[in-house]
Design a protein around this ligand. Sequence first.
Ligand code: PLP
Length: 461
Amino acid sequence: MRIGTYRAQMTNSLSRRGFLARAGLATAAQAGALGLTGCTGSDTAGAGQPNPGAPAVSTAPRLDPNDWASVRDQFALDPRLAHFAAFVLASHPAPVRQAIDEYRARLDHDTAAATADERELEDAARGAAAEYLEVAGEEIALTDSTTMGLGLIYHGIALRPGDHILTSTHDFYATHEALRLAAAKREATVQRIPLYTDPAAASAAEIVSRIRAGIRPNTRLLALTWVHSSTGVKLPVRQIADAVAEVNAGRDGSDRLLFSLDAVHGLGADATGPVALGCDVFVSGTHKWLFGPRGTGIAWAHRRAWDSLAAVIPTFSGPSFGAWFAGTTAPFQFGLDGTPGGFHSFEHRWALTDAFQFHLEIGKQRVADRTSELATRLKDGLAGLPTVRLVTPRDPELSAGVVCLEVAGRQPSEVVSELRTKHQIVASVTPYQTAYVRLGPSIVTSPEQVDAAISALGSIK
Ligand SMILES: Cc1ncc(COP(=O)(O)O)c(C=O)c1O
């Protein structure tokens, strides 16, 4: 297939148009000629057309979405290894690889032509994310990672001197540091509280009650992580959101407590969307459990939170450029204004559409159920091993795909190294002060590989 043909077909396909329509987003033409298209000089003759003479790209193995072996075949992962750390940084499935290859070839061949439909392709990615998350496209900002999203959100929140920010001791470096930096700028304070003592015995009631007890009259931001990469605990987000709603029922709009979530280890492992979760802000990389393009991410904000948020990096959106031309400022729209401007690794950003479509084709609930099923199989097997202490709760309501454990008398790094060298199993060590061995069963691992991991861990003395 010629470069550009497939992409042009996709751009013109009903599904891509459907994403735009469902998301209520304007196409580049409808939005007017301002913005990035102006920046890239897209008036160039032939822009947006397939690039003649560009090289062909490989075709993907056919996907049977009902066959997990076929799903695994979409990945180019080393077949000699069992990949339990694939969620840390995604390997791209075939449709994503193919999309990236094609966009890259178009960009390398004729950058001006390839960026002519930049806004439409970006809107398609936003629309695909919106369809997957069951929200409106205008509510989705595109970022490069969870860390970038957290930094943008926490620096963009209208904090006042003396405001209190509540987070937990279990959150990742990215949350803690983004909060520290933002609080220092605004003379706010950050408090970290433990939400459980023993992760394996954590309970929803205990977690919610500790959070309730931690919220003060001046707490403006509750910044938590959906699934802790430190322990594998999945927070009862809906119940926490209900507690936040009770607090907000007695507050004025400007004092509203915002509930923000680092969702990266939930997205692609748990099918619940942000509206059902009940948070105000949902930030995630799309290059972990979603197996989207490396260097991509999204942030979503409920409209009720928009008044409390502001842009940090200038966007390249049409309305913003138009206002600049007119010497005014455009009204804040989270999806556009939360998307940092500047040129990007566009081949990756545009291929995000294909990553969401891949999950939707398999079925996002089926992917979540499969992940949970494999994680439960792993935890059940590990629970029977005398030398292994399971750190992650066995209850699927309080866990997702992340499974943390300890092997008696052995350092986590030694265990991970032995798993790879002696058993061809790729695991990881949690990047926290208290480190554990971490395995993430997912759509790239099989039940047999889970059983092999149990038996390998049982043999490590
Ligand atoms: C909970 C959590 N949040 C954020 C990150 C960083 O994600 P990203 O690479 O998308 O910034 C990680 C680990 O990489 C993590 O475990």
